[in-house]
Ligand binder design. Sequence first.
Ligand code: NAD
Ligand code: DAU
Length: 350
Amino acid sequence: MKKILITGGAGFIGSHVVRLFVTKYPDYQIYNLDKLTYAGNLANLSDIENLPNYHFIKADIVDGEAMQKLFALHQFDGVIHLAAESHVDRSIANPLEFVMTNVVGTVNLLNAAKFHWKDNFDGKRFYHVSTDEVYGSLGETGYFTEETPYDPHSPYSASKASSDHFVRAYHDTYGLPVVLSNCSNNYGPNQFPEKLIPLFINNIRHNKPLPVYGKGENVRDWLYVVDHARAIDLIFHKGKDGETYNIGGHNEWKNIDLIKVICRIMDEKLGRAPGTSEQLITYVKDRAGHDLRYAIDAGKLQHELGWVPSLQFEEGIRLTIEWYLSNQAWLDEVTSGHYLKYYEEQYVKR
Ligand code: NAD
Ligand code: DAU
């Protein structure tokens, strides 16, 4: 029997990974460790929370002593580490919080794994989930490969780059069995509505302005979150020790074109006249240090482990919009309280 610690399992991607592991591997015991920050929400897992192989631990990865105690208590065989501060705009406003969770938190987990696994690394694995933003920004052509040099530009991507380096350093220095992946932009159900797609769906719902940074010409490579979770499952079980795998959708969109697709589908779903939602588009001051383009070459993952995305974008974005419209209570819940203060600071006062 395997005991797997998944950190950040109450967040967007983490909740899809937890669901996949709990339902696909009934003989594994899955421990979801999460601090439940503004981005963590146990309602994301209400459908599986009563399954006998699912366990929740409320803890902060910045607390190194607590991490050591948890490893001593549960004797985890594997770690899938997703817990992080994940929003670029918040990192611009408060970089230190990103250093604490993303760098110090990761090193605390590495230390706990190193200490408790030191006698025997057989069957053990530390999987670090990272982002394509560590590679910096592309021009109009080319792709990020696993060999692209790191060149982070935001405090968020700098903190993720640092954590990636620590994970590799623990492999090279102490022999810790690790594997890493760097993924492009995810979309799908349960994403906190500070990120582009759910933010714009929610604003259209409320007839609020759609704040497009700069000219809307930045390009992102979008992947449906369940396909990311499938890739994580594959890499966790079949990836080679010490290796990094890039994950991406081969699905590049200029922000403004993507926004127009969302507007079109929202008009259709809400029974509004075509063109109604597009009128909400408002160009606002650009994000500082805004990376122009991300695009992933996921060839290594495809050729070595046979992974390809399962969903076409048109289907994925429709499923996503339908999910938010069928779960308006979820949206209303997460956009109350602290969210209103964040929104005011980020979009109204600036
Ligand atoms: P998210 O912000 O939705 O969720 C993060 C989770 O981590 C939340 O549940 C939060 O409560 C928890 N958390 C934060 N600080 C913590 C702490 N100190 N201790 C314990 N738990 C803590 O993030 P996400 O979008 O699901 O991203 C998950 C991971 O995937 C991150 O590591 C991120 O860098 C990476 N990633 C995200 C994307 C994307 O498009 N969202 C793409 C590539 C990689
Ligand atoms: O590439 C992977 C990364 O994707 C992850 O590591 C991050 O955790 C995740 O947040 C995401 O980062 P981005 O900055 O690309 O995502 P975001 O949804 O914040 O923005 C997507 C694009 O939309 C980006 O070019 C900025 C733009 N944007 C975003 C917001 C929130 C706007 O134009 N207006 C907005 O209000």
